[in-house]
Design a protein around this ligand. Sequence first.
Ligand code: HEM
Length: 446
Amino acid sequence: MSTPTAPPGPKHLLPSLYGYFRQPLAYYQKLLARHGQPFSVPFPLGGRMAVTGCPLHIGRIFKGGPGLYRSVDASAGMFYGEQSLLSLDGEAHARLRRALMAPVLRQPAQAAGLMRDAALRLGGERAPGTVFDMLDLGRSITLDVILRTVFGMIDALEQREFSAAIHGLQGTIGFMAVFVKGLRRDWGEWSPWGRFVRARARCYALIEARMAASRAAGESAEANVLAYWVGLRDEAGQPVLSDAQIRDNLLTLLFAGHDSTAVALAWCVYWTHREPGVLLALRDELRDYAETLDIGLLERTPYLDAVCWEALRMHPVAPGVARRLNRTLDLGERRVPEGDVVMACIDLVSHDPALYADPGCFRPERFLARDYSPTELIPFGGGERRCPGAALAFMELRVVLATLVAAFRWTLAEPGPVKPAWSHGIRRPATGVRMAVDGHRSQKSP
Ligand code: HEM
């Protein structure tokens, strides 16, 4: 598939995968030092992948162009459904994306109150004197938020059922099935793919039941994302989205939005409690908020925002964003052949010492000292596929972190530094970030 003009880099797949999964950032930094950028590596699903962390190249990748890209994995629909945003390309993708941008995704401030309430309720369940796993707590909070904002689901029993189905589904997605297409066969419920298909069917059934309940209740379009999508009509009064489009994309939002935000939140809490100066500065900025928990007081909180950006920079949830080329693409002096994949490498650009001095140090102040452009700071990707949940996710990080810091007294219960580790296709803090509960501040109700 690849041609001799592919940018330089290692020839063989297995050593390259081994190097990458052992130490992703260090391995790519080594290749960058040896070959310059873009360098290229063999890609498990065919061809090679040109990798770059140069903001100029990233700008070119995000700019795209008509018909320039197609899905990296043509069979993505097997995971998320044929109608998922993640399975579509070109005009079909752009049209669906426009339709899917529900009000709460564009204006997430309207969900800030329920984010704060979820943080208070679920954070408050951790008893003084105990140690808990922040990633688990983050997952409970982000799932609660997504079930309410996206599905409008407030019934605790229904939430528990949904949560079990989603965790069941996530537990079935193995690394091998993502990269080895031959393993995607249903050989019954004991085979990995068979388990995945059955777990997904359980999620579909719950989503479809929720769609029927929303229709029966005549929920208003502003109520939640599902109600907005169900109620969308074209000029002739016909539904804009089919049931399959709604179902597949509800599952996509759950998949793309819940774990990623929980991981970012766990890193925010980790660094805030690891660096005493950061916690003090944050508490100082949040003094008034801690008194009243009035969401309006979080409108201008530069230090809180800087902490969240710095956590996303230090530990990008996705290592990079990749697109497969329909035509050759020039990145600087090098040419990436048609059919190969290009990756805007979030890891590399986030740790570029020319942009971020001492990139291994957690320094929120850097975001107060200067602005970073949309090609220098890219935890949510960019261009036509930039994360549509970015505004919601960032609002959630800010509100939940502020509320946890304001309402609870916790200390880090980790003996050493916490490292990122791969699990179920996503990088998480290896230990989950253990926190000890010292106490709750006088519990204030907003
Ligand atoms: C801190 C949390 C999050 C991070 C770091 C994150 C990051 C990303 C990244 C890097 C991409 C790929 C962008 C690209 O290809 O240029 C992406 C795509 C996506 N994200 Fe997020 N995301 C987060 C939260 C969310 C949330 C809360 C939602 C939904 C409510 C969401 C929904 C999606 C969807 C649907 C896509 C696919 C977009 C497309 O292909 O057009 N994400 N996200």
